[in-house]
Design a protein around this ligand. Structure first.
Ligand code: SOE
Length: 374
């Protein structure tokens, strides 16, 4: 059976996922057959242009007509349109793949996760945390699960960008609390929190986050509206930092900003255990730095061998892959789960778990004290 896919959103993420879908039959021949059936948005002219370019058969300006008409629904719109279309699709029994963060608010994320629970296990509801699908990250998870790092003591995650350093950089929905929920916290911090949950969240590693202390900062509180002389208020954070305590007592420090001059997409994770340490940097995503007990320095492991996760689908060993491949991998896993009626992670439940951490960071910032997570 060919899965008819409906996609809401045709800009950055629309392009990333449409590219992934187009690559699947070439590189993942066992992926289910899909048709990029309908592209959803508001502006008919822009939609027609995007549908032609991204390979969709048709367009619709009304998501309500689409969600129960297709076999799979992708929600790639801005955060404030994540909840209603995703909930309607799941209520109609249509599997949903939704971009991160799951929702602008914890309340919306809770409603979405509850609907996913009600829809049942054979209706996958995925949250598109693409960095779980970097081969080096999956390799790192294998090392951690095998106990190679020993007892986890420190986890550190920072996500640095600089596209808002310039106070004249134009206002966009990402600067608006109602549309985005939060700023660097939700947009970038959600990735870091999800990766740390993925890597060390198991009970026998660091476990869940128990309590945290968070801090948010906005450096520029209004920005020029695009195409005019007016300015619009910035109602989200430009940066956040947080200290975490995990169930096993491990300590975490997190940080993200859109004001780290010179840093474009610099997401790094460091983990130190009683027997070793590892480091990952998105800007060198084919590599993992590993230090084992007794070593005097880090060894750089190229995660590009044919038995490394996903690598055999691409090029001969050593031929590096890039950012866009993470979308192909997650689309492969998600669509396979849809086809087989199987489980997919990261799920809406994982999206909600990350959202709880983000909300606690905001809560801690407002209260000026450490807060516990349930
Ligand atoms: C923001 O600049 C952004 O594009 C995020 O929205 C993505 O999730 C991240 O992967 C890269 O940075």
């Amino acid at each position: 059976m060919t899965l008819q896919v409906g996609v809401l959103g045709y800009r950055f993420m629309g392009k990333a996922h449409a590219n992934a879908m187009a690559r699947l039959p070439m590189f993942f021949p066992d992926a289910p057959d899909i048709e990029r059936s309908v592209l959803v948005g508001r502006d008919e002219e822009a939609l027609n242009e995007a549908a032609d370019r991204l390979g969709f058969d048709s367009i619709s300006t009304d998501w309500e007509n689409v969600v129960d008409d297709v076999d799979v629904f992708y929600n790639l719109g801005p955060n404030h349109v994540h909840a209603e279309p995703s909930i309607a699709a799941l209520e109609a029994g249509t599997p949903v793949f939704c971009e991160k963060p799951l929702a602008p608010t914890l309340e919306d994320a809770e409603r979405m996760a509850e609907t996913a629970r009600d829809a049942g296990d054979d209706v996958p509801a995925g949250c598109a945390f693409n960095y779980r699908f970097v081969p080096a990250i999956q390799y790192a998870k294998g090392l951690l699960e095998a106990g190679e790092l020993g007892e986890i003591r420190h986890v550190r995650g920072r996500y640095l960008q600089d596209w808002l350093v310039d106070p004249e950089a134009p206002w966009s929905w990402r600067n608006d609390e109602e549309m985005a929920g939060s700023g660097a916290l939700g947009d970038l911090g959600a990735h870091t929190v999800d990766l740390l949950r993925f890597l060390v969240g198991d009970d026998d590693l660091a476990g869940d986050i128990e309590r945290l202390s968070g801090h948010l900062q906005t450096f520029v509180d209004e920005r020029p509206a695009e195409g005019g002389d007016e300015t619009r208020p910035v109602t989200v954070d430009d940066a956040y930092s947080a200290q975490l305590e995990f169930e096993n007592g491990a300590m975490g420090t997190l940080e993200a900003t859109r004001n780290a001059t010179g840093h474009k997409n610099d997401h790094t994770i460091e983990i130190h255990g009683s027997k070793g340490s590892l480091k990952f940097s998105l800007e060198r995503l084919n590599e993992l730095e590993l230090l084992r007990e007794g070593d005097r320095g880090y060894e750089t492991i190229l995660v590009t061998d044919e038995d490394d996760p996903y690598v055999d689908h691409w090029w001969p060993p050593g031929h590096v892959i890039g950012w866009e491949h993470t979308f192909v991998h997650e689309n492969y896993e998600f669509l396979s789960a849809v086809d087989e009626g199987g489980e997919f992670h990261p799920s809406f439940e994982d999206g909600l778990a990350a959202q709880r951490v983000l909300a606690a960071i905001e809560d801690s910032d407002e209260r000026g004290e450490w807060v516990s997570l349930e």
